[in-house]
Ligand binder design. Sequence first.
Ligand code: PLP
Length: 490
Amino acid sequence: MRSLAVDVIKQAFSQTPAEKLHKKLYVAICNCILEGSLRPATRMPPSRDLASELVLSRNTVLRVYEQLQAEGYISTRTSSGTFVTESVLDNLNTQVARTTQTAQPEDRSSLSVRGLEILENASASPAQWGDFIPGVPDVNSFPHRTFKKIYDRISRRLNPEFLTYDAVGGLEDLKAALSDYLRTARGVKCSTDQILITEGIHQALDLVTRTLCNPGDHAWIEEPGYWGIKNILRMNAVSISALDVDDQGLVPQTSPVEKPKLIFVTPSHQYPLGSVMSLPRRQLLLSQAREFHSWIVEDDYDSEFRFSGQPIPSLQGLEEDSPVIYIGTFSKTLYPALRLGYVVLPKPLAAPLKKVHNELYRSGHQVIQAALAEFIKEGYYAAHIRKMRQLYSKRRNQLVELIKQHLGEEYLGYFNSNAGLHLIIQLPPDADDMQIVKQANAEGILVRPLSRYYFNQHKSKGLLVGFASIKDSDMLPSFIRLANIIKHKY
Ligand SMILES: Cc1ncc(COP(=O)(O)O)c(C=O)c1O
């Protein structure tokens, strides 16, 4: 089979100015190796093939290979061929580091005001895997083999429609499986045609904001709250009121100057503090939404993981035809890279929002969706959630004990309910949680500063500590390192 390396070298060869052919080929291959387009351990094309592709004599190619071998760029393994040397990596790394250092300075002059605002408020962490990372489930526990078996089975009798664009807001089978699941597990009132499959909650929030808000409209969010929603509102020029959260959830304004078009809440498990919205608060919010003609956006990101008491039913299901757009995700129950979430749209919004979604995002991934539908229908999804619930409950208890033992009970966040994938370590108001996080992150401990989740000036200090994905054997040593950083920093 013709190798990709031939094409890479051929392209570099055509762009290399040199008079002598062997020099030209030598420079082209060196550049490919140093720039990384021929990576360490890549098999070099056989000299005969390369000579024929580049219309060179085989001797020219052999001469260049000999020179590259003498200089350590490539090496020959008896009876298996010629390869880019593994140790070239060190040289390559130095070269890449040099290129990065001399890279063009950032030019933001052509960015829009909104784009600049997003950059100024950028909050997504560059590191997404490490000790105590909040919000990331134990991705190693996902039953990859089972899922692959289902996926392979579907791939063998592939429906061609799975390989073209999705134009109906997600695969029917998945929407049907989800509506059954949401009705029983989350008390959501829905039919299959109200469901829209998205690439996660994040995309759903963007769709809802873009489609329902005009620039200058107003939205309520929770204070503190999910950072992602703030940047989506900024990008859509929607003004924000960040309303306090107490032990009953969001505290609504009774006579707001500006009525909100959208109200974003996490009633089952407030993000990030952890309180559960009480029934009176839910009823008040629903009646306000009806009075203001607002839509409540219920972000039900991790409600499957409640470790004691009854599951908290959705706000959406509390009333018939409630003014609630319900949003959920597979990021926490399965794994974030799946990038699959869902919206339960109120009936009057179902058709228009699906259409806008189709116009804006051109969806796909139907084979994965079909596999997921089977995974749910065959009971694997519920079984996985049950298993993870036990595991996370155990890890959460361990973390609570470590906080009490190494820091003190007063460090446990006020509203931490027995749920979710993270806990809050509460810090005194004068603590610099950003500094603590900076040092912890440098040591591979990926906690996040609570103050980063606030919109207004008054910010509580604390740390979001994820317990879901940390290895049991790492829990104690990593926590001791974190506790030492906290104690040392103030
Ligand atoms: C409260 C909340 N909502 C939404 C999301 C994003 O979910 P998704 O991965 O489905 O975009 C997160 C991710 O951490 C979250 O914490």
